[in-house]
Design a protein around this ligand. Structure first.
Ligand code: IMP
Ligand code: MG
Length: 179
């Protein structure tokens, strides 16, 4: 593993190693397994950023569970409705089910506000959020993550699914931008 990494025009430095990630992912799964013992869960992973985290997390889950992948998209509706947000890809019936939303990072929390309000229209039994990374200083949302891998400073990171202009998702560690 390289300590320094160039992604496009920016230089990044190792911030969380793959060993540290693996240990934390296992511990998050252990907590979820315990909290939901005897219950069924539908994991809903938010693409693209959460693909690697969701995959590693699921391998450690021993509950009866399903996984589904969603994307948030927004388009211009009519002039009266303005911008309309929609959830793409949620094919499972979530009515009356326990949902855990799996995210790579919660920054402002605004994406999560939209996801939760769209999901609540389907009346799930419960909705919790599991985010590998959380930036408390940037957060101004309504739903703090229930399961947090790492709380990190408000600086840009890439790797382990997270991108800089779509690049760097393949890195097996998390790198922080070097100013
Ligand atoms: P939000 O600000 O919580 O709505 O986050 C929106 C999205 O921005 C996240 O789901 C990530 O895809 C992306 N994002 C936020 N911070 C970072 C970062 O430091 N690196 C890479 N992507 C980020
Ligand atoms: Mg994301």
């Amino acid at each position: 593993m390289n300590r320094m990494m160039k992604v496009l025009d920016k230089t990044f430095e190792v911030f969380i190693t793959k060993e540290e990630i693996a240990k934390e992912v296992a511990s998050l799964a252990k907590e979820i397994n315990k909290d939901y013992e005897g219950e069924e869960v539908i994991f809903v992973a938010v693409l693209n950023g959460s693909f690697m985290f969701a995959s590693d997390l699921m391998k450690e889950i021993d509950l009866v569970s399903e996984i589904s992948f969603i994307k948030m998209s927004s388009y211009h509706g009519t002039e009266s409705t303005g911008r309309v947000d929609e959830l793409i890809g949620l094919n499972n019936d979530i009515n009356g089910k326990n949902i855990i939303i799996v995210e790579d990072i919660i920054d402002s929390g605004l994406t999560m506000n939209k996801i939760i309000s769209l999901m609540e229209m389907e009346s799930p039994k419960s909705v919790k959020i599991c985010s590998l990374l959380y930036k408390p200083e940037a957060f101004k949302g309504n739903h703090k993550p229930d399961y947090i891998g790492f709380s990190i400073p408000n600086a840009f990171v890439v790797g382990y699914g997270l991108d800089y202009d779509e690049k760097g998702r393949n890195l097996d560690a998390i790198y922080q931008i070097k100013e």
